[in-house]
Design a protein around this ligand. Structure first.
Ligand SMILES: NC(=O)c1ccc[n+]([C@@H]2O[C@H](COP(=O)([O-])OP(=O)(O)OC[C@H]3O[C@@H](n4cnc5c(N)ncnc54)[C@H](OP(=O)(O)O)[C@@H]3O)[C@@H](O)[C@H]2O)c1
Length: 270
């Protein structure tokens, strides 16, 4: 079998977004990416896009320099169980994006000498606007980490952490955060329609406000507190809204949601 730069086991939403991002950024040609899919229809569709395809992920593991594991955490044991039997040297660099699955579980199957980079990405990565957190295991070198970071930098921003646990602790703030934002947008649009604002106008104006307000927060050098004060003139309209958010413990609700989210990541890892 020829050698491939990258292989993807779990070529679903995230797996395909990362494979397509690598090709778009010119890091490898489409036929240098080998995708595993279980169904012939999906394999045919991916092959039509120029990717190499296979129905054998143990062969993929042996044939690729880098292997992306992008199956759901619930399917990890099955995949790792099959990869355990593959003898290949040198071992590929393994990237795992599964929420909560720790190095120890992957190393137990692939060996502690297998370089592994765990990444917590998020779905805006499909537009090249992702936010990904990375951590390496003991066998992965700084160079291997830098190469994987470069891959995810092509699809948004990245942060590297030393401690593996940080990949669980970060989930509410990047991996799961899009769902918080959509819940916020939905609630704002519902409120707007109750006041007679057409839903599509409310959504467009609110989303652009989120984009603009976040850009201001990142680029102005001012804190969220200062920027909030600048919108809240005394006796004005915004302070009325902010007072309700405070009295209903908006921050406490978000903290509780994030605690649950993180606890579930640890649970999935056990
Ligand atoms: N979605 C997010 O927001 C997000 C954020 C951060 C991290 N993640 C992580 O990304 C990973 C993938 O999520 P996703 O949303 O991309 O899921 P997805 O679209 O459902 O993709 C999962 C893929 O895994 C394949 N698969 C399932 N069982 C398999 C098995 N037993 N053997 C081999 N392949 C199997 C499926 O193959 P078929 O196509 O053949 O069914 C599918 O292509 C998860 O581990 C998740 O924790 C997701």
């Amino acid at each position: 079998m020829k050698r491939y730069r990258m292989g993807v086991i779990g070529a679903g939403n995230m797996g395909m977004a990362i494979a397509a991002g690598a090709v778009r950024a010119g890091l490898c040609p489409a036929d240098g990416v080998l995708l595993f899919n279980r169904t012939p229809e999906k394999r045919a569709a991916r092959a039509a896009q120029g990717f190499a395809v296979t129905d054998d992920y143990t062969g993929l593991y042996a044939a690729c320099d880098t292997v992306l594991l992008a199956v759901k955490p619930q399917n990890f044991d099955e995949v790792l169980g099959a990869l355990r039997a593959v003898r290949t040297q040198p071992k590929p660099v393994v990237i795992s994006i599964a929420a909560g699955v720790p190095f120890a579980r992957i190393e137990a199957a692939l060996g502690a000498d297998c370089p592994i980079i765990r990444v917590m990405p998020n779905t805006p990565l499909v537009l090249g606007k992702g936010a990904s957190a990375l951590v390496r295991n003991g066998a992965a070198t700084e160079e291997q980490l830098a190469a994987v970071r470069n891959l995810f930098d092509q699809m948004g921003v990245t942060a590297v952490f030393e401690q593996e646990d940080m990949l669980n602790e970060i989930i509410p703030y990047n991996g799961s955060a899009p769902a918080y934002v959509y819940a916020f947008a939905d609630a704002m649009v519902q409120s707007a329609t109750a006041h007679g604002v057409p839903a599509d106008d409310a959504l467009r104006l609110f989303c652009q406000t989120c984009i603009g307000a976040c850009a201001l927060l990142l680029q102005s050098g001012k804190s969220a507190e200062t920027l909030t004060r600048e919108v809240c003139s005394p006796g004005g309209t915004t302070i009325e809204a902010v007072n309700v958010l405070k009295s209903r413990d908006f921050a406490g609700i978000l903290a509780e949601a994030s605690d649950k989210c993180i606890a579930r990541a640890y649970e999935l890892g056990r």
